[in-house]
Design a binder for this molecule. Structure first.
Ligand SMILES: Cc1ncc(C[n+]2csc(CCO)c2C)c(N)n1
Length: 222
Protein backbone atom coordinates (compact mmCIF):
# COMPACT_ATOMS: atom_id res chain seq x y z
CA UNK A 1 0.00 0.00 0.00
CA UNK A 2 1.37 3.37 -1.00
CA UNK A 3 -0.29 6.56 0.25
CA UNK A 4 -0.54 10.10 -1.08
CA UNK A 5 -1.92 13.46 0.07
CA UNK A 6 -5.19 12.68 -1.75
CA UNK A 7 -5.66 9.72 0.62
CA UNK A 8 -5.53 12.11 3.59
CA UNK A 9 -8.29 14.35 2.19
CA UNK A 10 -10.30 11.25 1.18
CA UNK A 11 -10.00 9.85 4.74
CA UNK A 12 -11.36 13.15 6.12
CA UNK A 13 -13.80 13.88 3.31
CA UNK A 14 -16.68 15.30 5.36
CA UNK A 15 -14.48 17.52 7.56
CA UNK A 16 -12.47 18.67 4.52
CA UNK A 17 -15.61 19.76 2.62
CA UNK A 18 -17.04 21.43 5.76
CA UNK A 19 -13.80 23.42 6.02
CA UNK A 20 -13.45 24.35 2.34
CA UNK A 21 -17.14 25.20 1.87
CA UNK A 22 -17.64 26.86 5.26
CA UNK A 23 -20.30 29.55 5.66
CA UNK A 24 -17.52 32.11 6.24
CA UNK A 25 -16.05 31.26 2.81
CA UNK A 26 -19.48 31.31 1.15
CA UNK A 27 -20.24 34.80 2.44
CA UNK A 28 -16.73 36.03 1.64
CA UNK A 29 -16.99 34.78 -1.94
CA UNK A 30 -20.33 36.52 -2.42
CA UNK A 31 -19.06 39.72 -0.80
CA UNK A 32 -21.78 39.54 1.88
CA UNK A 33 -19.56 38.71 4.86
CA UNK A 34 -20.08 41.43 7.51
CA UNK A 35 -17.00 43.71 7.72
CA UNK A 36 -16.75 43.33 11.51
CA UNK A 37 -16.60 39.54 11.08
CA UNK A 38 -13.75 39.90 8.61
CA UNK A 39 -11.93 42.36 10.89
CA UNK A 40 -12.23 39.95 13.81
CA UNK A 41 -10.84 37.19 11.59
CA UNK A 42 -7.96 39.42 10.38
CA UNK A 43 -6.98 40.37 13.91
CA UNK A 44 -6.89 36.77 15.11
CA UNK A 45 -5.08 35.80 11.93
CA UNK A 46 -2.26 38.18 12.92
CA UNK A 47 -1.77 36.15 16.11
CA UNK A 48 -2.13 32.95 14.11
CA UNK A 49 0.70 34.05 11.78
CA UNK A 50 3.04 34.76 14.69
CA UNK A 51 2.56 31.23 16.04
CA UNK A 52 2.81 29.87 12.53
CA UNK A 53 6.28 31.47 12.44
CA UNK A 54 7.11 29.64 15.67
CA UNK A 55 5.92 26.40 14.06
CA UNK A 56 8.40 26.94 11.22
CA UNK A 57 11.09 27.58 13.83
CA UNK A 58 10.19 24.23 15.42
CA UNK A 59 10.26 22.57 11.99
CA UNK A 60 13.74 24.04 11.51
CA UNK A 61 14.84 22.52 14.81
CA UNK A 62 13.28 19.18 13.88
CA UNK A 63 15.04 19.02 10.50
CA UNK A 64 17.28 16.03 9.88
CA UNK A 65 19.34 17.27 6.95
CA UNK A 66 20.51 20.48 5.35
CA UNK A 67 17.78 20.46 2.67
CA UNK A 68 15.03 20.22 5.31
CA UNK A 69 16.81 22.84 7.42
CA UNK A 70 16.95 25.30 4.50
CA UNK A 71 13.33 24.61 3.56
CA UNK A 72 12.04 25.29 7.09
CA UNK A 73 14.30 28.33 7.53
CA UNK A 74 13.00 29.79 4.24
CA UNK A 75 9.45 29.33 5.54
CA UNK A 76 10.35 30.99 8.84
CA UNK A 77 11.99 33.96 7.11
CA UNK A 78 9.13 34.36 4.62
CA UNK A 79 6.52 34.48 7.33
CA UNK A 80 8.37 36.77 9.73
CA UNK A 81 10.13 39.10 7.26
CA UNK A 82 7.47 39.25 4.56
CA UNK A 83 4.01 37.90 5.31
CA UNK A 84 3.61 39.42 8.75
CA UNK A 85 4.39 42.86 7.28
CA UNK A 86 1.93 42.34 4.42
CA UNK A 87 -0.71 41.30 6.93
CA UNK A 88 -0.11 44.44 9.02
CA UNK A 89 -0.48 46.56 5.84
CA UNK A 90 -3.68 44.75 4.90
CA UNK A 91 -5.08 45.18 8.42
CA UNK A 92 -4.37 48.92 8.18
CA UNK A 93 -6.48 49.07 5.00
CA UNK A 94 -9.30 47.57 7.07
CA UNK A 95 -8.86 50.22 9.77
CA UNK A 96 -6.89 48.05 12.21
CA UNK A 97 -3.74 49.76 13.52
CA UNK A 98 -0.47 48.07 14.46
CA UNK A 99 -1.01 49.25 18.04
CA UNK A 100 -4.36 47.48 18.12
CA UNK A 101 -2.76 44.30 16.77
CA UNK A 102 -0.01 44.45 19.39
CA UNK A 103 -2.57 44.61 22.22
CA UNK A 104 -4.97 41.91 21.04
CA UNK A 105 -6.27 39.24 23.39
CA UNK A 106 -5.80 35.81 21.86
CA UNK A 107 -9.10 34.07 21.19
CA UNK A 108 -9.60 30.45 22.22
CA UNK A 109 -9.88 28.96 18.74
CA UNK A 110 -6.62 30.73 17.79
CA UNK A 111 -4.93 29.32 20.87
CA UNK A 112 -6.31 25.83 20.31
CA UNK A 113 -5.22 25.63 16.70
CA UNK A 114 -1.76 27.15 16.99
CA UNK A 115 -0.84 25.27 20.16
CA UNK A 116 -2.12 22.03 18.66
CA UNK A 117 0.26 22.45 15.73
CA UNK A 118 3.16 23.25 18.07
CA UNK A 119 2.36 20.31 20.35
CA UNK A 120 2.12 17.98 17.36
CA UNK A 121 5.57 19.13 16.28
CA UNK A 122 7.04 18.78 19.76
CA UNK A 123 5.64 15.29 20.15
CA UNK A 124 6.37 14.05 16.67
CA UNK A 125 8.59 14.50 13.67
CA UNK A 126 8.68 16.75 10.63
CA UNK A 127 6.04 14.69 8.81
CA UNK A 128 3.61 15.05 11.72
CA UNK A 129 4.20 18.81 11.60
CA UNK A 130 3.69 19.11 7.87
CA UNK A 131 0.44 17.13 8.11
CA UNK A 132 -0.73 19.45 10.91
CA UNK A 133 0.14 22.48 8.74
CA UNK A 134 -1.35 21.10 5.49
CA UNK A 135 -4.94 22.29 6.10
CA UNK A 136 -3.50 25.80 6.33
CA UNK A 137 -1.03 25.65 3.45
CA UNK A 138 -2.96 23.49 1.01
CA UNK A 139 -6.45 24.23 2.35
CA UNK A 140 -6.45 27.96 1.57
CA UNK A 141 -5.42 27.23 -2.04
CA UNK A 142 -8.29 24.74 -2.32
CA UNK A 143 -10.61 27.37 -0.79
CA UNK A 144 -9.56 29.78 -3.58
CA UNK A 145 -10.27 27.07 -6.19
CA UNK A 146 -13.67 26.40 -4.68
CA UNK A 147 -14.52 30.12 -4.62
CA UNK A 148 -13.62 30.31 -8.32
CA UNK A 149 -15.79 27.28 -9.10
CA UNK A 150 -18.95 28.84 -7.62
CA UNK A 151 -21.48 30.58 -9.84
CA UNK A 152 -22.51 32.75 -6.84
CA UNK A 153 -19.01 34.20 -6.42
CA UNK A 154 -18.73 37.93 -6.98
CA UNK A 155 -15.40 39.08 -8.40
CA UNK A 156 -13.95 42.54 -8.91
CA UNK A 157 -14.38 45.85 -7.09
CA UNK A 158 -17.91 44.90 -6.06
CA UNK A 159 -16.51 42.35 -3.62
CA UNK A 160 -14.70 43.90 -0.61
CA UNK A 161 -12.77 40.62 -0.25
CA UNK A 162 -11.37 40.62 -3.79
CA UNK A 163 -7.78 41.20 -2.56
CA UNK A 164 -8.05 38.27 -0.15
CA UNK A 165 -9.23 35.94 -2.93
CA UNK A 166 -6.48 37.19 -5.24
CA UNK A 167 -3.79 36.39 -2.70
CA UNK A 168 -4.80 32.73 -2.39
CA UNK A 169 -5.51 32.13 -6.08
CA UNK A 170 -2.17 33.73 -7.07
CA UNK A 171 0.40 31.72 -9.02
CA UNK A 172 2.92 32.10 -6.19
CA UNK A 173 0.55 30.71 -3.58
CA UNK A 174 -0.72 27.91 -5.82
CA UNK A 175 2.90 26.94 -6.55
CA UNK A 176 3.64 26.77 -2.80
CA UNK A 177 0.56 24.54 -2.41
CA UNK A 178 1.79 22.16 -5.13
CA UNK A 179 5.27 22.04 -3.58
CA UNK A 180 3.75 21.13 -0.21
CA UNK A 181 1.55 18.42 -1.75
CA UNK A 182 4.60 17.01 -3.57
CA UNK A 183 6.63 17.04 -0.33
CA UNK A 184 3.84 15.13 1.43
CA UNK A 185 3.27 12.72 -1.48
CA UNK A 186 6.95 11.77 -1.43
CA UNK A 187 6.91 10.94 2.28
CA UNK A 188 3.49 9.31 2.36
CA UNK A 189 4.53 6.64 -0.17
CA UNK A 190 6.75 5.14 2.53
CA UNK A 191 4.43 5.03 5.56
CA UNK A 192 2.80 1.94 7.03
CA UNK A 193 -1.00 1.65 7.43
CA UNK A 194 -0.61 2.20 11.18
CA UNK A 195 1.46 5.35 10.69
CA UNK A 196 -1.02 6.57 8.08
CA UNK A 197 -3.85 6.29 10.62
CA UNK A 198 -1.85 8.43 13.08
CA UNK A 199 -1.40 11.04 10.36
CA UNK A 200 -5.11 10.95 9.47
CA UNK A 201 -5.92 11.79 13.11
CA UNK A 202 -3.56 14.78 13.03
CA UNK A 203 -4.93 15.96 9.68
CA UNK A 204 -8.55 15.63 10.84
CA UNK A 205 -7.86 17.49 14.10
CA UNK A 206 -6.16 20.33 12.25
CA UNK A 207 -9.09 20.59 9.81
CA UNK A 208 -11.53 20.71 12.73
CA UNK A 209 -9.47 23.55 14.22
CA UNK A 210 -9.52 25.44 10.89
CA UNK A 211 -13.33 25.08 10.88
CA UNK A 212 -13.42 26.47 14.42
CA UNK A 213 -11.25 29.39 13.25
CA UNK A 214 -13.76 30.38 10.53
CA UNK A 215 -16.60 29.93 13.04
CA UNK A 216 -14.82 32.09 15.59
CA UNK A 217 -14.87 34.86 13.00
CA UNK A 218 -18.58 34.45 12.25
CA UNK A 219 -19.43 34.35 15.97
CA UNK A 220 -17.07 37.23 16.84
CA UNK A 221 -16.01 35.06 19.75
CA UNK A 222 -12.96 35.50 21.94
C1 LIG B 1 -6.40 30.35 10.18
C2 LIG B 1 -5.59 30.41 8.93
N1 LIG B 1 -5.31 29.29 8.28
C3 LIG B 1 -4.57 29.34 7.17
C4 LIG B 1 -4.09 30.53 6.70
C5 LIG B 1 -3.28 30.60 5.46
N2 LIG B 1 -1.89 30.76 5.75
C6 LIG B 1 -1.39 31.33 6.85
S1 LIG B 1 0.30 31.29 6.89
C7 LIG B 1 0.36 30.50 5.47
C8 LIG B 1 1.63 30.08 4.88
C9 LIG B 1 2.36 31.21 4.35
O1 LIG B 1 3.56 30.82 3.84
C10 LIG B 1 -0.90 30.30 4.97
C11 LIG B 1 -1.19 29.65 3.72
C12 LIG B 1 -4.41 31.70 7.41
N3 LIG B 1 -3.97 32.91 6.99
N4 LIG B 1 -5.15 31.61 8.52
Amino acid sequence: MSYSFADLTAACHDEWRAYIEHEFVRQLSEGSLPADVFRHYLKQDYLFLIHFGRAYALATYKSRNIAELRHSLDGLKTIIDLELGLHVDYCREWGISEEELAALPEARATMAYTRYVLDTGNRGDLLDMHVALAPCLVGYAVVADWINSRAETLRGDGNPYEAWIRMYESDGFQAARRAEEAWLDERLTEVTPRRFEELVTIFRDAIRLEIAFWQQGLDLSI
